[in-house]
Design a protein around this ligand. Structure first.
Ligand code: MEV
Length: 314
């Protein structure tokens, strides 16, 4: 092919951020309205990349894009195409460093674009293994949850190195509000903070990790039962636990409060915390619109509403 595109989604962790790093289960959803596309075109000369951070030859890419560069090298090796001349354009709606899996979504779209260009079949395992090359460089030792969600068309149930399955909850009538605090949250810093807490204060931190894992398990059942009240309660319980682990912020706490004041069934940070985004479960579309407006008035830089009412599992 002369030209090929790969796509992916932003990810929202519903339940289980941080505890997933310690082998506990997590539930995460792709955010369909926030996507990434990577378009790879053969050219006559050069290897260039065009994205929001960089525009120019791959060889001159700055260090914070090292993960992407290493992944591209690996893909070129894989296809024995080191001499390939190309132009790679990455268009991303995912805000960076907000716990929405921006880097994982880029990696997934990129791998898909290469496989499409060379018209090679790509298994899910191979896709995630390749994306992990970039994620390890960018985030240290990620659980893989971000890439698993960014590449999925459905919500997923995930246990690090064990389970990565799509789950059905189309019976649920879920209406989620996502709000970006506009503050960058560094995943690696948040992950180290939790790690240090586990070392320094295991009696405080370990039970919280266990509880976050149990919450994810209970939430899966609540999703299957369409039990929104329980889901909301579990979200707010997660927020309390994550705050005790030290990864919430004033802005995120305040957003959760606002959502609850305007009738949300529950609210929590989503992703690594220390900045980034919050999600709230609204009772219906109307409430969701009000919550989103109030959050923007309180300083959210962007809000999204995702409804699962007509969600069809394929
Ligand atoms: C980051 O989006 C989610 C964390 O659980 C880290 C990880 O899963 O690697 C905080």
């Amino acid at each position: 092919k002369e030209k090929a595109t790969g796509t992916s989604y932003a990810k929202i962790i519903f339940f289980g951020e941080h505890s997933v790093v310690y082998g506990k289960p997590a539930v995460a959803i792709p955010l369909y309205s926030v996507d990434v596309s990577a378009t790879l075109e053969r050219t006559v000369i050069g290897q260039t990349i065009h994205c929001r951070y960089f525009d120019g030859p791959i060889s001159q890419m700055n260090d914070n894009l090292q993960g992407v560069r290493v992944l591209i090298d690996r893909l070129l090796n894989l296809f024995e195409a080191n001499e390939l001349s190309f132009r790679l354009t990455i268009e991303s709606k995912v805000p960076a460093e907000r716990g929405m899996g921006s880097s994982a979504a880029t990696a997934i779209a990129l791998v898909r674009a290469f496989f499409n260009l060379f018209e090679k079949p790509l298994s899910r395992l191979e896709l995630l293994t390749l994306a992990d090359i970039e994620e390890k460089i960018t985030h240290g030792n990620p659980s893989g949850l971000d890439a698993a969600t960014a590449s999925s068309e459905a919500p997923i149930w995930f246990i690090k190195n064990q389970v990565n399955e799509q789950i059905e909850f189309h019976r649920s009538n879920l209406c989620l509000v996502i709000a970006d605090s506009g503050i960058k949250g560094k995943t690696s810093e948040a992950v180290s903070l939790v790690h240090n807490n586990l070392i320094d204060e295991p009696d405080m931190a370990m039970p919280l990790i266990d509880q976050l894992g149990q919450i994810a398990t209970t939430a899966r059942q609540a999703l299957a039962d369409s039990d929104q009240v329980t889901l909301g309660r579990l979200m707010s319980q997660s927020q309390t636990d994550l705050a005790k682990l030290g990864v919430s912020t004033k802005a995120l706490d305040q957003f959760c409060q606002i959502a609850i004041t305007y009738n949300a069934l529950g609210a929590k940070l989503t992703g690594s915390g220390l900045g980034g985004c919050m999600i709230a479960l609204a009772k219906n579309q109307r409430d969701a619109q009000i919550i989103a407006t109030k959050l923007r008035q309180a300083g959210a830089t962007q809000t999204w509403i995702q409804s699962f009412k007509n969600y069809e599992f394929t």
